[in-house]
Design a protein around this ligand. Structure first.
Ligand code: AMP
Ligand code: MG
Length: 486
């Protein structure tokens, strides 16, 4: 445990991870930030972590947020992990440009990782420069905080600090460090790495750590490691179902970007789908559409199969029996996914029981055929439940089709008020995110602040925010692409 006391604030960081799993923790220091400048600070999250926002804004606070000023006795670490990237196994990824500062106590009694992204090269950097640009770090800040406001498990963003150090990408960009807070940074790839060492004791310690931190009920099961796997299957199935319900496309669902906690992590080329289409892909590097919107449940299941392979030696001494157990446990994914998705879709439709499958299937076909904006449709459907069908139906070319569907749906007695609590008015739409990041990169933070204001209270429709509820103008382009920002 390390502690830094700088009046009036105290920051206490634990090195529990590094002590428990030294094989996965490489002591390392952040690079110097020549001119730290705070771009965004999440005061509410700071308060939950017992961190004094005024102190975080001070020069010493900024030096903590870029990793230069850590408590005595605390050593930041780069975490080791492996991972399948677009289906190809990479045995040594790890934090190439990130550091775990340590664990902080949350007001709810649990611990959270305080982690930095963009803090300089580490021994895992391979060809990378270890840096991050202002745009992508603010992008993670906005999208992760929007996801949190939508009630979707996610890593959180505490702050983005511009470093004053230029970053070379296609052009020269201002550099930044994101201070991220997560239940942990344990990934499927962490287990793949531990397994690949051949050290079963390390694998077991990692699994015990994950049980302790995320899935404590597994400790009481007859086969605790199988129970851990089952709990991760359940958490990921529910997570991805929630992504699907809001039209979120993660964009780079590699096994190193799949958490054990069930939180969304590593916002790179992610984006929210506008016109409903399962084939939607935004990432410039996802040529084959592996991580397209509609593929996400299958990819999550595939990633969990990789977790099962990594955990196999812990399931049973008899490999054949272990495989059978893993297959059965993974078999629960689809049911779990369908449960969350069906309950969520019923809620979006204002129904208090699962909607009949043809009603939902026919709606999705109509949305796709008519290129209807997913978020606007469900929000406007709330008015239709009250009898005003025009705002929803005007989104369709096939009016006879949507009229027939609306009549079938209204026969189920949808609850308009309940719908407004689950169908967001405001999501971080791609054109608004790009606009805010472009302005922030040139020093104007006002559009970012307005966007954050809209998307962090997504259900609360407010006057003056109309443009935040509208899809991108046609000239923004169907060819919109996102980039990893690495
Ligand atoms: P990501 O696709 O962002 O999840 O990153 C995949 C891997 O590449 C991780 O091991 C990262 O640490 C590493 N990486 C990404 N960008 C950089 C960079 N600019 N410098 C060093 N390593 C990086
Ligand atoms: Mg990653």
């Amino acid at each position: 445990m390390g502690r830094v006391s700088i009046a009036p604030a105290t920051v206490t960081l634990s090195d529990h991870f590094a002590r428990t799993l030294p094989e996965l923790a490489l002591a390392w220091q952040a690079e110097h930030a020549p001119a730290p400048n705070l771009l965004a600070l999440n005061e509410r999250l700071a308060a939950e972590l017992g961190l004094d926002a005024a102190w975080l804004r001070s020069p010493d606070g900024l030096r903590l947020l870029v990793g230069e000023h850590v408590p005595d006795g605390v050593t930041p670490v780069a975490q080791a992990y492996a991972g399948h990237q677009f289906g190809h196994y990479a045995p040594r990824l790890g934090d190439g440009r990130a550091l775990l500062l340590g664990e902080v106590a949350h007001a709810d009694g649990s611990s959270r990782d305080l982690h930095l992204k963009g803090s300089g090269r580490t021994p895992f950097a391979r060809g990378g420069d270890g840096l991050a640009a202002v745009g992508p770090m603010l992008r993670e800040y906005v999208v992760s905080e929007a996801m949190n406001a939508l009630g979707i498990p996610t890593t959180r963003s505490l702050a983005v600090v511009a470093t004053g150090r230029p970053v070379r990408r296609e052009t020269v960009l201002p550099g930044a460090v994101l201070a991220r807070v997560a239940s942990s940074h344990l990934r499927v790839g962490s287990f793949q790495y531990a397994r690949a060492t051949g050290d079963v004791d390390l694998l077991r310690r990692l699994a015990d750590h994950a049980i302790d931190r995320h899935h404590p009920a597994a400790a009481d099961a007859a086969n605790r490691y199988l129970a851990l796997f089952e709990a991760v299957v359940a958490a990921q199935a529910s997570l991805v179902a929630r992504w699907m319900l809001v039209g979120f496309v993660h964009g780079v669902m590699n096994t190193d970007n799949t958490t054990i906690s069930g939180e969304t992590i590593d916002y790179g080329p992610c984006a929210f789908m506008e016109a409903f289409d399962p084939a939607t892909v935004y990432s410039s590097i996802d040529h084959a559409g592996r991580y397209a919107y509609g593929n996400q449940p299958r990819v999550a299941e595939w990633n969990l199969a990789r977790l099962a392979e990594a955990l196999l030696p812990l399931f049973s001494d008899d490999e054949e029996q272990g495989v059978a157990q893993a297959v059965e446990a993974l078999g629960a994914f689809r049911g779990r996914y369908n449960d969350t998705w069906s309950a969520g879709m019923a809620a979006k439709l204002g129904l208090d029981r699962p909607a009949p499958a043809p009603l939902v299937d026919d709606l999705l076909t109509l949305l796709q055929d008519n290129h209807v904006d997913h978020t606007s449709f469900f929000r406007r459907l709330g008015a239709a439940a009250d009898g005003d069908t025009e705002p929803a139906r005007e989104l369709f070319l096939d009016l006879a089709g949507i009229d027939a569907w609306l009549a079938r749906w209204r026969a189920h007695g949808p609850d308009a008020a309940a719908m407004r609590l689950v169908n967001p008015a405001y999501i971080p739409r791609n054109h608004l995110v790009e606009e805010a990041l472009a302005a922030a990169t040139t020093g104007d933070l006002a559009p970012l602040e307005r966007l954050l204001d809209a998307v962090t209270a997504p259900y609360d429709e407010r006057p003056g925010l109309d443009r935040y509820a509208e899809p991108a103008p046609a000239d923004f382009g169907a060819a919109y692409q996102t980039f990893c920002g690495t």
